[in-house]
Design a protein around this ligand. Structure first.
Ligand code: HEC
Length: 377
């Protein structure tokens, strides 16, 4: 277990008990839990904003300016990224920021189409040059001019988390390697920025999630004069971890791994996306926990497998100097069983084993492979 600033998490929990009634729903479903390390990643299945008429994907541009909202996509750029225009409605999330062009912004971020998107569900503009992004707005923020993509066109996004899968966020108002989110109480009912966005810091960043490298992360010193203090007057966070120069935070309303309720708060707080792809293009692995459980039931039926291989796969079957627990790779084990059953036993294996394999169904092979893969020590 890696060290982490538990105190910051504790303060977030305390605030949560004190409570705040407004909810921040997000249209998502989390299904992969990965790690209990100081850093990790999770996936969520999520919809994105489209225009209401043609249901074409909308994008934001990282190089645009906020406060005041300004587009930095010039006439040539707009040939590739046509602006999304409309009028002000009752929804304050979606507003015209330039009355000359009627260009619409979502929470201060100008919105664009991508010229190579031609049908509903096209997301060809996402992550182009790392600066154009789909808008994973929380549900309820669309209006008569916008619509959420349908479930059939959802995206699976992998995002950065801290300890135990709690989502991490960046703040658009921070400078490079500098946080402006501090403990000075402001007028908001929940108190200071730092209380709502507990600072993330970990001295040990081993076991980084796929898609990141150690050089993406650095540590900055917090301003101790401005920092939030506990009841004893001790500063809660003296250091903060940054990702690509952006200080990292938790969000106090996230209660458990998989919550991402801080994404898009105020238009300036964002999850850190590590990758995203259309959910429909992802082939789920057949080697699930359920499959392994079903495989175990077959395996440990003494007449089937464990009589020769042992209940934990550690026994060498008679005449063989090999154990099946050593592989730990379900696809490889499945290939071996299929070779014996379907492919003419190319490795000329013991006939007792081949007889067993020839009686297995496709499902049994998949489930057994999922289970045998768990036996590696
Ligand atoms: C009668 C004893 C016996 C039973 C029952 C048996 N096996 Fe085997 N198994 C063997 C022997 C012997 C080998 C080695 C075959 C060879 O390489 O000639 C083997 C090999 C294997 C291999 C390949 C291992 C490798 O190193 O390539 C797998 C996988 C395997 N068994 C899985 C199973 C599963 C799953 C079951 C139950 C459905 C099962 N076995 C039941 C005796 C048995």
């Amino acid at each position: 277990m890696k060290k982490i600033l538990n105190i910051a998490v504790a303060s977030a929990t305390t605030l949560m008990i004190i409570g705040c009634s407004d909810t921040y729903d997000s249209d998502e479903k989390t299904y992969t839990s990965q790690t209990a390390k100081s850093m990790g990643s999770l996936q969520r299945e999520v919809g994105y904003l489209t225009d209401a008429t043609d249901e074409m994907s909308l994008y934001t541009f990282d190089k645009d300016t906020l406060f005041p909202t300004t587009t930095n996509c010039d006439a040539d750029c707009q040939k590739i990224w046509p602006i999304f225009t409309g009028s002000n409605t009752e929804n304050t999330d979606i507003m015209v920021f330039d009355t000359n062009t009627s260009h619409l912004a979502y929470r201060q971020h100008p919105m664009y189409f991508f010229k190579n998107d031609t049908t509903i569900g096209d997301v060809n503009g996402d992550n182009i040059k790392g600066v154009w992004h789909l808008i994973y707005a929380p549900t309820g923020t669309n209006d008569t001019q916008t619509k959420f993509s349908s479930a059939a066109n959802s995206m699976t996004q992998t995002y950065l988390t801290g300890k135990d899968g709690m989502a991490l966020y960046t703040f658009d108002k921070d400078g490079d390697d500098e946080s402006i989110c501090y403990g000075i109480p402001d007028a908001k009912p929940l108190g200071s920025c730092e209380a709502r966005w507990p600072v993330y810091y970990s001295a040990d960043l081993s076991g980084l999630p796929a898609g990141t490298t150690a050089s993406d992360f650095a540590t900055i010193d917090r301003n101790l004069t401005k920092a939030l203090k506990d009841d004893n007057g001790d500063v809660l966070a003296t250091k903060q971890t940054t990702y690509k120069g952006q200080p990292l935070y938790y969000w106090f309303k996230d209660a458990k791994a998989g919550d991402t309720t801080g994404d898009w708060v105020g238009g300036v707080w964002h999850l850190i996306e590590l990758s995203a792809q259309k959910t429909s293009t992802i082939t789920p692995s057949p080697y699930t926990q359920e499959a392994a459980a079903a495989g175990k039931a077959i395996f440990t039926d003494p007449a089937k497998c464990s009589s020769c291989h042992g209940a934990d796969g550690q026994t060498k079957p008679l005449g063989v100097d090999n154990i099946i627990a050593k592989y730990g790779d379900a696809a490889l084990i499945e290939q071996k069983l299929r070779d014996m059953r379907d492919n003419g036993n190319p490795n000329n294996r013991n006939s007792a084993m081949v007889n067993v394999a020839s009686g297995l169904s496709d499902t049994a092979i998949t489930n057994l492979s999922a289970f045998v893969a768990t036996l590696k020590k």
